[in-house]
Ligand binder design. Sequence first.
Ligand code: BGC
Length: 393
Amino acid sequence: MIEFPKEFLWGTATSAYQVEGNNLNSDWWEWEKMVGLKERSGLACRHYELYAEDFDLAHRLNHNAHRFSIEWSRIEPQEYQFAPKEIQHYKEILIALRERNLEPIVTLHHFTLPLWFARQNGWLNKKAQFYFLRYVETIVSSLCPYVHYWVTINEPLVYIYNAYISGIWPPQERSIFKAKIVLDNLTSAHLGAYKTIKQIYKDRGLNPPSISIAKHLREFISTDNNPCHCFTAFFKDYVFNSRLLNNLISLKYLDFIGINYYTCEFTPGPGKKFQDIQRSNLGWPIYPGGLFYLLLRLKRYNLPIFILENGISSDDDQQRWDFISGHLKVLYEAMQQGVRIWGYLYWSLLDNFEWEKGFGPRFGLIEMDYKSYRRNIRGSAEKLAEVFRTGRL
Ligand code: BGC
């Protein structure tokens, strides 16, 4: 039988732009309009107004943790004009979580930017770190009494790839040169934020917080012995999985390793061995084994690990449950091998706005009816609630 530790943190993750609705001052809002995105974020899940109801559901489903992000463009809608009302909003969110015994994990940057910052070249700007830290200082000073876990930046390399290499996200650049500048700026933004947050807690006499980034990891598999393919898989693994983490960990600027894991990637293709692999409805291979290997590799860093996202878009709820239970099993196996894991957050609490893909993909434990905004609890959510209640699978 599989039994998780009593103190394990269990819950889900969301991001502001994908669930709140009406983020009028964000670069994405403008971009959606500009490119005429078929499904625009609009009211999203109306979570900005309905958060208390959503947290009631999470509580009812035995969650004891919840990850969400702060929308920078709400806190600072115009350059250097902070909005006290919005800061208060996030304070109320934190109080609502604490009242329901949900431990908050707070992300400071999850892909979207204030429009004023994007108009000044966003993360390419020499002053990017300065702007980000001014926001971090403001928001963390107000929210620190309620938060222990901070995530500075969500998936820096996914953001860079989509916004500066493949160019499918704003600002739709395709330049390795610019991508490198953005990587350097995001890295220094993280380092600066880490120091800033620690200092604020110290000055206030609060217990030191735990800080990480959310690092998207993917298992890269070469499916034949062709040296070119093996090298490609190895190289992608180094650039995408290892380089940034090595860097931050060697500088001692991570207190735990926050991981987002969804899928694996084959070079050159699935080959014979993986030709029958199951896929999500977005075509992503389902491969819990990849998470197992990655976790064992992370053991050498000797830092606790927190699964900050793991999820599937599916129209078949049985497939969602198989995905979740498959990943929980390997999590447990990795723990048996001595990997230290603090918790597991499923992506996502609700179906939500899946960026350029709109509302089609369904990742939620809770189904959204986008006409009535009614929330319907899926069977997988109930099954997971039992795991959360008993710690057993
Ligand atoms: C991101 C989420 C996204 C999810 C599913 C993660 O990489 O953090 O914002 O919705 O993947 O694609």
